[in-house]
Ligand binder design. Structure first.
Ligand SMILES: NC(=O)c1ccc[n+]([C@@H]2O[C@H](COP(=O)([O-])OP(=O)(O)OC[C@H]3O[C@@H](n4cnc5c(N)ncnc54)[C@H](O)[C@@H]3O)[C@@H](O)[C@H]2O)c1
Length: 341
């Protein structure tokens, strides 16, 4: 039997972090997770209710920028898996400062503690948005050698955090791994993001906002496939390496995606509402994950069609989870979408 490990997961009350915590503890009942989360608007304790019976999950309400708290926790752990971040591009355009504080300073606080306590692995979760945008209708894809070219305050702050992690590896010998993934979707996704916003609006018989002409291509990855990929990196990843995760083999633009959701939910195209575009909106993301497949034996196992069915069913059956979140964030939704019609 493998030795028992203790892992600090940051941001484990958010979307991907919580999916990872469920996945990991189910597969590793002898390991322990300390889940540090500030519970910003994006973090939710109700997401973690299913873990109540798990003696190996400990939730700590706190800030990754709090050096004293982080030091105390990191002293107890073997590994850090770092998800915590400000993550919404639209919010970063409205208020960039908190993105720099959380995503850059917060990461540096964790890195310092990881070095001090000589942890075995620091895994940093990043995004394909650090690579910038690809031309529409091209066959180009991002890969491990694509130069960084972030366009939004969000992606610029994530790019800075990636550089810091690698710099701590090069300068101080920190044993890190890093992954850049494409857009995730699935259970526990905050209802301000595109797919859950569309689904929850349609459940309430409301229209679905689509930015500009809708010809924006994203590489959709089902969140449970991502959680599996991170688990593989912790188990078999090579220190100092970067792994890319994507979900699709063929481009799907936002308009096509919304039409797929409308079809599954039995609604017609009159539910599409074009709203004023986001400034600096990247046209196309697409990820070449062949190196990750080769090195880790990972590939996405859930097709977009199947993942959308699962996700729609989950939002239909879990209205008690998303309704209070949507209600609490009415001011944001009004500013972001209704005033842009
Ligand atoms: N969602 C995606 O499609 C996507 C794609 C690529 C990369 N990523 C990356 O994956 C990670 C997780 O993304 P997500 O979508 O789950 O985000 P999320 O916004 O759903 O969750 C972020 C979590 O971090 C917590 N948090 C924020 N500031 C904190 C702080 N100072 N201290 C402690 N906790 C704090 C929040 O409370 C929340 O629970 C991020 O690093 C993000 O950049 C996400």
């Amino acid at each position: 039997m493998q030795n028992k490990k203790t892992i600090l997961v940051t941001g484990g009350a958010g979307f991907i972090g919580s999916n990872f915590v469920y996945h990991y503890l189910t597969n590793h009942p002898n390991d322990k997770i300390i889940n540090l989360d500030l519970l910003t608007y994006a973090g939710n304790l109700s997401t973690l209710e299913g873990l109540e019976g798990y003696g190996n999950h400990k939730f700590v309400h706190g800030d990754i920028r709090d050096a004293k708290l982080v030091d105390q926790i990191v002293a107890e752990v073997d590994m850090v898996v770092h998800f915590a971040a400000e993550t919404h591009v639209d919010r970063s355009i409205m208020e960039p400062a908190i993105f720099l504080e959380t995503n850059i300073i917060g990461t540096q606080v964790l890195l310092d503690a990881a070095l001090r306590h000589k942890i075995k692995r620091f895994h940093h979760i990043s995004t394909d948005e650090v690579f910038g945008a690809l031309p529409l209708n091209s066959t180009e894809k991002f890969n491990e050698n694509t130069p960084y070219d972030p366009h939004s305050p969000y992606s610029a702050s994530k790019a800075a955090s990636d550089h810091l992690v690698r710099a701590y590896g090069d300068t101080y010998g920190l044993p890190y791994t890093l992954s850049n993934c494409s857009n995730n979707y699935g259970e526990f996704h905050f209802p301000e993001k595109m797919i859950p916003l569309a689904i929850t609006n349609l459940i309430d018989d409301q229209k679905v906002p689509v930015y500009g002409d809708g010809l924006y291509v994203r590489d959709w990855l089902y969140v449970q496939d991502h959680a599996k990929g991170i688990e593989l990196i912790l188990e078999n990843g090579e220190v100092g390496q970067t792994y890319l995760f994507g979900g699709l083999y063929k481009d799907v633009n936002n308009l096509e995606l919304v039409k797929m959701i409308l079809k599954i939910m039995d609604k017609d195209e009159s539910y599409i509402e074009h709203v004023t575009d986001r400034p600096g909106h990247d046209r196309r993301y697409s990820v070449d994950f062949s190196q990750t497949s080769m090195k880790l034996g990972w590939q996405p196992s859930v097709s977009l069609e199947e993942g959308l069915h699962k996700t729609i069913t989950w939002y239909q059956e879990n209205q008690a989870w998303w309704r209070p979140l949507k209600e609490k964030n009415q001011a944001y939704f009004k500013k972001q979408y209704q005033e842009r019609k």
